[in-house]
Design a protein. Sequence first.
Length: 299
Amino acid sequence: MIRGRRKALFIGCNYTGQANELKGCINDCHNMAAFIMSKYGFQDDNILMLTDDQDDPDYLPTAEHIVSGMHWLVYDAMPGDSLFFHFSGHGMSHCALDGDEADGFDEAICPMDYKESGVIVDDMLHEILVRPLQPGVRLTAVFDCCHSGTALDLPYVYQCDGEIQVCTESYRGAAAKAFVEMARNAVYAAGQLMEGIKLLRKKGDNKDAQRKTEQMKTSMADVIMFSGCRDDQTAADLYAMEQATGALSTALIATLSEDGEQTYTELLRNLRRKMKGQFTQVPQLSTGHPMDMNIRFMM
């Protein structure tokens, strides 16, 4: 039950002026912020907006400001509080070294200054956003970016029937192939292309990786993440209502606007239906501990 404070952090990176510039990420943040304020009672004075069109340099989505913003979001969170995290921008994958990834990759988000400051990997996202949370705190996270299926390193990924799915060995190959293709884009370091090629040949034990993730990354807080695609997929932009937006952000707002009483399972199913045929990406739903996905979505 949500009876405490509501806080939200929005991060939108269009990478204006860079070779990999996007168009709709800042719009995603403003659209989603307006939606959660009107629908779920979030207040403007408890919302932090980091976008790369800001005049005030303190609110630009640099790596430093994103990390500070995440600490602000979870600081002093108490049971009954509802937190919301939204990232819209570039996501990427690179070879994981700690053995907790069933597909062999860590996922990461790209700040506006990623070329200078580097990316923020899923292990750090989990460490800052998830690990500090007490039981009874609810964090809803939305990642509208490429390679985002396990961007928070949450152990439990759900199917449309509400059952937990398991990463298969073929998924590793798909992810590696996707990585090799995407590494040709300017957003990825050229040197990582060889890591992707090596990973195509790499053997691994998905059961061991899943077991390690459950042991290390399970959270007793109610952490729920919607991502725009699987780890091996890219996420699309579109034009909706005469503006560029992200496919997941737009579909999520539209689906919840149509029916605010959906269960988590129904919401995932309806998101996928809304995006099927228009996009190849498949939205994902994951949690920090096993949850009943047949309860009503809340935030």
